[in-house]
Design a protein around this ligand. Structure first.
Ligand code: KG4
Ligand code: ZN
Length: 350
């Protein structure tokens, strides 16, 4: 089954072709980072307009490279939510337009399910069940994953997501959007420990096994430091290093506690913050010492991309009766800018 995946939830246009027999046949990504940089963050209206310009040319490009044509597609999957409403509508309309024209089924995919399943694009891919640490710009969650559509929330952030904390702290340190990777680079030239930042929610973990996160206080603590300290390069780098160490300490401790609480042996890390080098090094070392295996998506599939949407769509279709029951002639569709992953349906076998 050949599935076209379309991702337009935020500031990246991603398209991909995933075949259930042959794997990923092609993918392409256009990042809007340069376009939004002047504004210090994503401008939703500009994002939507740019997605309109990019989806079809990128789709033509990957089809041509894979030696396929539109009629070869068996289904089209797109990100239905969560994300920016206008940006999501672009992917949804194009997917449904294509599906209608081709007479092929169209499937809305949960963006976080895409992230969650993205390590399955790598070799070796993890078997189910596993614990997933999902750390993106909008979400920080620990999930127990039993199979496609079987997701149990173990803990999540009460306030800022890990990526959001990276982005906001980067701004406080005078770094440009997108802040996460820039802060990580600055942290590499600094030393953690010169300043002391809190490790939020670790006391609760020790007391009650609480797997939730809270990162907004960390950002406020950085603001206090920035206001007290001289703004020289070394100080900024040392603050960045301590901030990164604090977030990584919390994520590693909670992920390992989730492994212990669930009794599972495989951990996967997904979402943009999963690209963070220190997080990868620390998680891999700590997990190994406890006898757990950690799986990461390739770096290019950590941040938003079309491959994870094509994969999630294909796996859902493969595991369900949807492909036979879904009417490609359905003319109405919706997007879900806010959408709880734990609420999505488990596909019912055909
Ligand atoms: O998964 P993603 O591409 O988009 C969302 O679904 O949110 O994640 C983007 C987030 C941003 O907050 C970005 O700053 C963060 O991931 N990020 C990083 C790194 N690369 C991306 N944070 C820390 N270190 C990185 N190397
Ligand atoms: Zn994402």
């Amino acid at each position: 089954m050949l599935v076209l995946g379309i991702e337009t939830s935020c500031d990246e246009t991603g398209v991909a072709l995933y075949d259930t027999g042959r794997g990923l046949l092609g993918h392409a990504l256009h990042s809007q980072v340069a376009m939004h940089a002047d504004y210090g963050g994503v401008v939703p209206e500009l994002a939507s307009r740019d997605h309109i310009r990019r989806v079809l040319p990128l789709t033509r490009e990957i089809l041509a490279k894979a030696g396929c044509t539109l009629p070869d597609l068996d289904a089209i999957a797109y990100t239905e939510g969560p994300g920016l409403a206008g940006a999501l509508l672009v992917g949804a309309s194009i997917a449904h337009g294509l599906g209608y024209a081709l007479g092929k089924p169209v499937l809305g995919v949960h963006h976080l399910e895409g992230h969650l399943l993205s390590p399955l694009l790598s070799h070796p891919a993890p078997d189910f069940p596993f614990v997933a640490l999902l750390v993106s710009g909008g979400h920080s969650q620990l999930m127990q994953v039993g199979g496609v559509g079987d997701y149990q929330l173990l803990g999540e952030s009460h306030d800022d997501a890990a990526g959001e904390a990276f982005d906001k702290t980067a701004k406080l340190l005078g770094l440009n959007y997108p802040g996460g990777p820039a802060l990580a680079r600055l942290a590499d030239s600094g030393k953690p420990g010169r300043f002391k930042l809190p490790r939020p929610m670790l006391t609760q973990l020790a007391k009650t096994g609480d797997l939730n996160f809270s990162f907004s206080g960390l950002k406020t603590a950085v603001l206090t430091l920035v206001n007290q300290q001289p703004a020289d390069d070394k100080t900024r780098a040392d603050i960045a290093a301590e901030f990164q160490a604090a977030i990584v300490d919390v994520l590693v401790a909670k992920a390992l506690a989730a492994m212990e609480q669930t009794g599972l042996s495989r951990l996967i890390v997904a979402g943009g913050v999963g690209a963070n080098r220190l997080l990868r090094e620390r998680l891999t070392a700590s997990a190994r010492s406890q006898g757990y295996r950690v799986f990461y998506p390739e770096l290019e599939f950590c941040t938003d991309n079309g491959a994870m949407i094509a994969l999630a769509g294909a796996l859902r279709l493969e595991h369900s009766s949807l492909i036979t029951h879904h009417s490609s002639l359905k003319r109405s569709f919706t997007v879900r800018p806010r959408w709880d992953l734990a609420s999505i349906e488990t596909p019912t076998p055909a």
